[in-house]
Design a protein around this ligand. Structure first.
Ligand code: NAI
Length: 286
């Protein structure tokens, strides 16, 4: 049997989640997707109307198939956590069972188990504000959507992950080096995600023989990155200063995820893997 992957955080064909889905599909995995509830309608409509067909093409010429798209809001663990204004919000009321525990339950009912879990989502409502100007609410929201969302996903999916399985998230160098502009507590959220990667690797490894790694990715012009507002500058900076002076392609992150999910990476767990043309290794720009 081929492997089955659940990828949380795909809402278009521009982000890392999509590229990871493609690399896993090219390697023969079955693809299940978790899409943020407010983005679900447009994503499903675009898929159905063939808007993504060009970017669905795999190396062998076939089109990536997404077996099922689940609505997901990773800041809520169960229905009891959902406040009334969200429950009755027009964009949420049209879908159901989108809290993390309910999505895991649905995947279990539909497919029984998965082999690969991917967390490719982040959200920081005050990301454009410097940390010194970030509110408590904004900081905690960044941590909730970008860090605890991963703890929660792994917690709820681990019981249906096959031994030998692999879990992957996406992080950014702003966790360990100063990147002015990556604000709102997002740098803190990535630091938490990387630390959690190590602790979760221990716990999931001992409990279920599941490996847990995170990819520290270089800059990509995704929807989320454009919202931060400095992505073109970061791409130019990387091309000017990284050991490899070239633009990073999302596929390169996708291929690393496929490697990490494969038996080729069977002894790699608790690791932060840099896929950034080597920029992380530089001490000064030249
Ligand atoms: P993206 O916009 O393609 O992906 C972010 C996804 O998160 C979107 O699909 C959005 O709908 C979803 N999302 C937001 N809040 C959610 C919630 N509460 N529940 C469920 N889904 C939610 O952008 P990108 O850049 O591909 O982001 C994927 C991951 O890659 C993120 O963790 C990001 O921090 C990371 N990353 C991105 C870099 C970049 O330059 N684009 C660099 C390094 C890491």
């Amino acid at each position: 049997r081929g492997k089955r992957a659940f990828i949380a955080g795909i809402a278009d064909d521009n982000g890392y989640g999509w590229a990871i889905a493609k690399s896993l599909a090219a390697a023969g995995a079955e693809i299940l997707v978790g899409t943020w509830v407010p983005a679900l309608n447009i994503f499903e409509t675009s898929l159905r109307r063939g808007k993504f067909d060009e970017s669905r093409v795999l190396p062998d010429g076939s089109l990536m198939e997404i077996t099922k798209v689940y609505p997901l809001d990773a800041v809520f663990d169960s229905l009891e956590d959902v406040p009334e204004d969200i429950k009755t919000n027009k964009r949420y009321a049209g879908s159901s069972k989108w809290t993390v525990s309910e999505v895991a339950e649905s995947v279990k009912e539909d497919f029984g188990s998965i082999d690969i879990l991917v967390h490719s989502l982040a959200n920081g409502p005050e990301v454009t504000k410097p940390l010194l100007e970030t509110s408590r609410r904004g900081y905690l929201a960044a941590i909730s959507a970008s860090s605890y969302s991963y703890v929660s996903l792994l917690k709820h999916f681990l019981p249906i992950m096959n031994p030998g399985g692999s879990s992957i998230s996406l992080t950014y160098i702003a966790s360990e080096r100063i990147i002015p502009g990556y604000g709102g507590g997002m740098s803190s959220a990535k630091a938490a995600l990387e630390s959690d990667t190590r602790v979760l690797a221990f716990e999931a490894g001992r409990k279920q023989k599941v490996r847990v790694n995170t990819i520290s990715a270089g800059p990509l012009r995704s929807r989320a990155a454009k919202a931060i507002g400095f992505i073109d500058m970061m791409i130019d900076y990387s091309i000017a200063n990284a050991p490899l002076q070239r633009e990073l392609s999302a596929d390169e992150v996708g291929n690393t995820a496929a490697f990490l999910a494969s038996p080729l990476a069977s002894a790699i767990t608790g690791a932060v893997i840099y896929v950034d043309n080597g920029l992380n290794a530089m001490g000064v720009g030249v």
